[in-house]
Design a binder for this molecule. Structure first.
Ligand code: SAH
Length: 351
């Protein structure tokens, strides 16, 4: 049993069962024993691999998309270039390398990284050595400037609440202690009538933090200009239990070895759109593979392939397929763009 499992068990013993959201927050961000505070999660030696870690082409396409949108909005002389949950800093490094050639873009950009993990901040600092970068804890600190923002696999690690339709109505899924181990239990009663009628056993998930963060970002984009590009696994409507733990590239039980695995839930893009719509314009939901193809990833892949051979060429072809093919990340991962009302849609996104 990890130290954190023991801490959570003791806490539940003292104050009663906790929600899935409280459990996720402790497991991911506990200052001493949280997953993101104690692990190097990303890469083949870590627990999972993300798109920017698969190929530089991912960041290149998004960098060009952001730079084109910046030009379409009149190339504002000062703007925020921000990333939510930047991991190892690879995506921002690729965006910056690609946009170096765009006249005026770097001079106008104030680079801001929003990162909760001190360990990952250190890695990002090394990756972005030579650039002037600020680190913030939260989107509430973002300045009132045009905001060009990316968030890849950020919203999926925000804490969710789960509700299950039982014969007593909707009951919240809680985590309690059974036989000395952590286990799922249902709250005895719940005031939630929110989800209406549904077959017994239906699970619904809510992510209050995601909606709040999306609304803050959309308000700044709507009032000052810019674009926010959100990329993640999930869909427009969600129903069902998507809470999962991944360790060493395998799914594991989320309730054992707390703090040793990455906990996520699929992103409900409709909920993000509802949070953004009062302030800004929301694109159509666009599969990642479609977006990257429209942005020109195949031409870029061919240009890079011309300089490669042997294993390097094989790996490059595999990476292109992983990012774009519908059987790999091309369809499971979705993308959404937030822009000011009436502005041109960023290139590649569905209307
Ligand atoms: N975007 C990166 C990393 C994805 S992993 C990539 O695509 O490779 C999730 C990232 O979000 C990590 O950097 C993690 O530390 C950060 N994170 C998780 N919860 C956060 C929170 N509440 N606030 C800020 N950053 C958070």
């Amino acid at each position: 049993m990890t130290k954190l499992t023991d801490i959570i068990r003791t806490q539940i013993g003292r104050s009663g069962p906790i929600t899935v959201a409280e459990f996720m927050t402790q497991c991911l961000l506990h200052p001493d024993h949280g997953y993101y505070t104690t692990h190097q999660p990303l890469g083949s030696a870590g627990d999972f691999v993300t798109s920017p870690e698969i190929s530089q082409m991912f960041g290149e396409m998004l960098g060009l998309c952001l730079a084109q949108t910046w030009m379409d909005q009149g190339a504002p002389k000062r703007f925020t270039l921000a990333e939510l949950g930047p991991g190892r800093g690879t995506l921002m490094a690729d965006i910056l390398r690609t946009t170096k050639a765009v006249a005026g873009f770097h001079d106008a950009a104030e680079i801001i990284m929003i990162e909760a993990s001190p360990q990952l901040r250190d890695v990002q600092m090394q990756t972005l050595d030579g650039y002037d970068v600020k680190w913030f804890d939260s989107v509430t600190e973002l300045p009132e400037l045009p905001l060009f923002l990316v968030a890849n696999e950020f919203f999926d690690c925000l804490p969710i609440k789960q509700f299950i339709r039982t014969e007593h109505g909707w009951q919240e899924q809680m985590i309690g202690v059974k036989d000395n181990a952590l286990g799922f239990i249902l709250a005895t009663s719940s005031p939630v009538a929110l989800f209406g009628e549904a077959p017994l056993g239906t699970v619904m998930e809510l992510c209050p933090g995601a909606a709040a963060i999306m609304a803050d970002v959309a308000r700044i984009v709507g009032a000052n200009g810019g674009a926010a590009l959100v990329l993640d696994y999930g869909d427009w409507q969600l129903a069902g239990d998507t809470f999962q733990a991944v360790r060493g590239h395998q799914k594991v039980d989320p309730l054992v070895e707390c703090g040793a695995s990455d906990l996520t839930a699929h992103v409900n893009f409709h909920a993000l759109a509802i949070a953004a719509e009062p302030f800004a314009q929301v694109s159509g939901l666009t599969p990642q593979g479609v977006l990257l193809e429209r942005l020109g990833i195949t031409a870029r892949a061919q240009a890079l392939a011309a300089k490669l051979q042997g294993d390097a060429l094989e790996n490059h072809i595999t990476a292109h397929r992983r990012l774009t093919h519908p059987d790999e990340m091309g369809q499971l991962f979705k993308t959404l763009a937030i822009t000011p009302k009436g502005a041109a849609q960023p290139p590649g996104f569905d209307i």
